[in-house]
Design a binder for this molecule. Structure first.
Ligand code: MN
Length: 260
């Protein structure tokens, strides 16, 4: 696996997301990448893919549409985008760094398992390319303050690209939706946990059939110190190293103690 440290000015940077090719957060991240390197490529989904997780499209063909110079849309998931970018569009000169986002909404706690934003960074990591996911922790109904990630991201990338990372690790960055002056710092944070309780909306459609809509409201436990949820609640940027090895280490040794 390629690993930082590397010279960002020489880096080929791939930018993707899960909010889709026209999302404002994608332009924010591509601009941030262009402030660091002249070799920036965008490959993002045609349609919003929030909640797609790490899914691959296997049941139908995929199309690549060139939008502009170094700018492509794929009619699939974030994972499809990274795969096609690395193995087709950029196959002769692979990216040094993959950035995903900036997502509209935080990807903290168990969100990481649903998130297409984080999944793009997972796919990059599986392909051996250092990858960072960025999310703006907009709370339902708030106006997204894109100037905050726009200002913070170049220095965050410079810092992360200057230090070695563990193998099989991606970086998940959550930025509070506050004015830049109200950001209280940058913290290394663990993945938090939330209480369950998705807001399921049940109603009846115009033809009399019942439908369900999975809503965004959850009862978040932001009180546990050291977590992403806690850092963002206190106004700090949370940087969480995420391992692709999902083994529960304590569970493994307990299991080994009683299996025949
Ligand atoms: Mn999204």
């Amino acid at each position: 696996m390629l690993s930082p440290p590397f010279d960002l000015a020489q880096a080929r940077i791939l930018v993707s997301n899960d909010d889709g090719i026209v999302a404002p957060g994608l332009a924010v991240l591509a601009d941030a990448a262009r402030s660091l390197s002249a070799d920036v490529w965008v490959v993002a989904p045609e349609q919003e893919q929030s909640g797609a997780g790490h899914s691959l499209t296997l049941q139908r063909p995929l199309r690549i549409r060139q939008v502009a110079d170094r700018h492509y849309a794929v009619d699939g998931t974030p994972t499809d985008c990274v795969l096609l970018a690395v193995h087709e569009i950029l196959k002769d000169h692979k990216p040094t760094l993959i950035l995903s986002g900036v997502n509209y909404g935080g990807n903290m706690g168990e969100d990481v398992t649903y998130s297409g934003t984080v999944a793009a960074a997972m796919e990059g990591t599986l392909l051996g390319i250092p990858s960072i996911a960025f999310s703006l922790a907009v709370v339902h109904g708030e106006t997204p303050l894109w100037q905050t990630p726009r200002g913070l991201i170049p220095d965050l990338i410079r810092n992360l690209a200057a230090h070695q990372w563990p193998t099989g690790c991606l970086m998940n960055v959550n930025i509070p939706n506050r004015e830049p002056a109200a950001i209280t710092g940058v913290r290394a944070a663990a993945q938090g946990m939330r209480k369950l309780g998705d807001n399921l909306v049940k109603s009846v459609d115009p033809r009399g059939k019942t439908y369900y809509w999975i809503g965004p409201v959850r009862d978040e436990d932001a009180t546990k110190p050291g977590t992403d949820l806690n850092a963002v609640t206190e106004g700090a940027v949370a940087v969480t190293p995420i391992s692709l090895d999902l083994t529960h280490v304590a569970g493994l040794s307990a299991l080994a103690g009683y299996l025949p």
